[in-house]
Design a protein around this ligand. Sequence first.
Ligand code: SAH
Length: 252
Amino acid sequence: MTSYKTIGILGAIPQEVNGIISQLKDKTEQKIGNRTYYEGYINNQKVVVVYSRIGKVAAAATVATLILEFKVDSIAFIGVAGGIHPNVKVGDVVVASNLVQYDMDASPLRPKFEIPLLGKTYFDTDEQWSKETLNHIELMFGLENLHQLISANELAKFNITTPNVHFGTIASGDQFFSTSEQKNNLQAQLPEVLCVEMEGAAVAQVCYEFDIPFIVIRTISDNANEEASFSFQSFVEEVSLVYGQEIIDKMF
Ligand code: SAH
């Protein structure tokens, strides 16, 4: 891949990064602004790993700290999301092509979803890095490889048989989607959106403003409707944590 000196790896919740932190060599840690930043190496690549906590403000503050204090020159966000597009199923992975803040609305002064004074609605991820990541995930999803990571029985608990990887738009905002009404409303306004989460587009905006290349990778944990909170905890620990560890290991 394009070589970066120091990569910031970010999740929202501990379960999204604990597996990655356990892979670090020569690990050191530093606390700043209520976050713990873990520095170390994965396959000789220098990384700084942190969980931001949930929501756009928490994520934006954490990314700014990674850039200004730790001098990272690229950022990878890894976590879970609710599926919005009908083709996107629990256990699939979405790699973002671009991200939008669906709860930004300064209309009628500016078009809905546009960030005022920045004049942008969609933030693009790094295309080459995203495509390389897509290829790694496609290989990971080859059934022989996948079953070495997680058994078919384990996957069946979450009704996952042959997961897919998608490339497209991710929408972010400060809401957990747990009703069909929220989901239908978003689909009607932004039909291209593949999944919804609470941090990615904030990370994207900060990276855009600092001119830092970034990618966002999200495993689908739920269908962003009434059943969304049902198996969240076990899913992140048994499926997305394992995917995340493997994706990051193959990245370097
Ligand atoms: N179980 C956690 C809450 C998780 S909130 C707790 O008790 O604190 C959901 C997290 O996963 C957010 O970081 C968000 O980015 C992502 N996410 C997963 N499914 C989502 C959904 N349906 N709607 C919004 N965000 C979702």
